[in-house]
Write a protein that binds this ligand. Structure first.
Ligand SMILES: *[C@@H]1O[C@H](CO)[C@@H](O)[C@H](O)[C@H]1NC(C)=O
Ligand SMILES: *[C@@H]1O[C@H](CO)[C@@H](O)[C@H](O)[C@H]1NC(C)=O
Ligand SMILES: *[C@@H]1O[C@H](CO)[C@@H](O)[C@H](O)[C@H]1NC(C)=O
Ligand SMILES: [Zn+2]
Length: 456
């Protein structure tokens, strides 16, 4: 299904169970950020990075690194299209990125084993068979369970909200439920119904198949339903979840010159859903992270602290790689001074979203001023940011998410339309520059971002 700006979440109930969706944390409210009162020495110290920031921007935008991030993404997504968790292709793409990190001069390049889900999308088809016949395009929401081989044929109920489903709860046993929630005011709200690729089954409930349909079909089904006609849908989904297999988080670094044990991370996730090429979700994030470090290395810059690139595995199945990383490195979390992730598309860079204290946020804003020439100085503070890095933020690590002009993100997200064409070479260059400047300055500054929660 292409251009699913407003893909509808479609809950197909085989029995009486209602799939208990884990709703997204409420990430849409930005937090208060008061006026900044950084000490003068720190403001001066940050301003003194301007020549280095200019050098980075020049190299990325018009110098030796111009076009490099896009070139890297292009080769990568064409060569490794199917980087779904649990597949050999994902592991091959990880080997490729490890070689790339080594070739970029990063130190200690390694993979850390993680057990990840292996889910097979089988044949998926659906059609309305009463009161009229119409085939319905569906896309199973991984890791949905399948139907019996013969498929199911069942009456349909269409609701517009969870509340409406609650009102009709006595009518739904044995039926297929279609959510036609429309496009609500934000992704956060809409994704309570829709989170393409990413259904969570609560242990207390029976597992039922779940799939997305197009907004147009959802509206169609709703109109037919509203007229009171009996509706029957035939559905076959041969999806199945197999045992977990071993994948890897991929890690490479630039070792710090003074405090190598202290680490600033730049990251993106290497796995994808099995639609499109995962160009913006998240090959862009992978490459801006690796190229930011490669560029720092190329310019001969060595920060005081260690800069580490991490390519998370199995993000799409619930931050599996990131959770494993935190479990493995729990004792070292205090050494992580900041963690950056790019996973909301790499369009024209606007600035940074931050999760941390107000005081730390002042440092981020001051660093952003170094990128004024690219107009990428937007700043907002949230309870949490990013996808994978939310797990580290919960451990107290200050988190930073790359903010880009992502108004069209959900035209492509998790759909066959997430192809190379959504990315732009010059925009990627500016992403890489912003990423390199932010991470380098954080890794080199005389102070680290405070973790204490001040009186807010
Ligand atoms: C729908 O499923 C029923 C029961 O399996 C079957 O009898 C019928 O032929 C199917 N209809 C279509 C149009 O596939
Ligand atoms: C944020 O989300 C909450 C809960 O989903 C909603 O009530 C609120 O209107 C949203 N605010 C914005 C600015 O989108
Ligand atoms: C930044 O904004 C200025 C003024 O609006 C504009 O002239 C310039 O082209 C912009 N630069 C970039 C990289 O977008
Ligand atoms: Zn992603």
């Amino acid at each position: 299904m292409s251009n699913i700006a407003t893909q509808i979440f479609f809950l197909l109930s085989l029995c009486s169970g209602i799939s208990p969706l884990i709703t997204q944390e409420n990430r849409n409210q930005s937090l208060k950020q008061g006026p900044c009162t950084l000490p003068n020495f720190l403001i001066t110290e940050i301003q003194n990075y301007q020549p280095i920031a200019d050098e980075i921007m020049n190299a990325a935008i018009s110098g030796a690194w111009k076009g490099r991030t896009f070139e890297g993404v292009t080769t990568f997504v064409d060569k490794y299209v199917n980087r779904l968790s649990g597949t050999p292709e994902l592991e091959e793409s990880i080997d490729y990125m490890m070689e790339k990190m080594v070739a970029s001069g990063l130190d200690n390049v390694r993979g850390e084993d993680v057990q990840v889900p292996r889910w097979i999308r089988g044949e998926e088809k659906a059609s309305l068979v009463e009161p009229v016949i119409k085939s319905i395009s569906i896309l199973g929401v991984g890791p949905s369970v399948g139907t019996p081989i013969a498929g199911i044929s069942s009456e349909v109920i269409v609701v517009r909200s969870f509340d409406e489903l609650e009102e009709k709860k006595d009518e739904i046993e044995g039926k297929i439920v279609v959510y036609n929630q429309g496009w609500l005011s934000s992704y956060e709200e809409t994704s309570q119904y829709l989170h393409t690729g990413g259904i969570y089954y609560g242990a207390a409930y029976p597992k039922i198949p779940a799939a997305c349909i197009t907004r147009e079909d959802a509206e169609f089904l709703y109109r037919v339903y509203s007229r009171g006609d009996r509706m029957v849908l035939n559905l076959t989904m041969m999806d199945e979840e197999l045992s977990r297999v071993t994948s890897r988080n991929t890690i490479g670094k630039i070792t710090g010159s003074l405090n190598p044990e202290e680490i600033v991370v730049v990251s993106g996730h290497i796995d994808v859903w099995d639609q499109g090429q995962g160009a913006m979700d998240d090959a862009g994030g992978v490459f801006v992270s690796v190229e930011a470090l490669a560029l720092i290395k190329y310019l001969g810059l060595t920060p005081k602290r260690t800069m580490q690139a991490i390519l998370w595995t199995a993000e799409e199945f619930g931050l599996v790689g990131a959770r494993a990383f935190v479990a493995l490195h729990k004792e070292e979390m205090m050494n992580y001074k900041a963690v950056l992730e790019s996973d909301s598309g790499n369009f024209s860079p606007l600035g940074l979203d931050f999760a941390g204290t107000e005081g730390a946020g002042c440092i981020i804003q001051e660093i952003l001023k170094l990128t004024s020439a690219m107009n990428s100085t937007n700043y907002a503070r949230y309870e949490t940011v990013g996808s994978d890095i939310a797990v580290m933020i919960m451990e107290g690590v200050p988190g930073i998410s790359l903010k880009t002009a992502d108004e069209k993100y959900f035209y492509f997200h998790h759909s066959p339309a997430d192809m190379l064409e959504v990315l732009d070479s010059e925009e990627l260059d500016r992403n890489t520059a912003l990423w390199a400047i932010t991470s380098y300055v954080l890794a080199d500054l005389s102070v680290t971002l405070s973790r204490e929660v001040t009186n807010e």
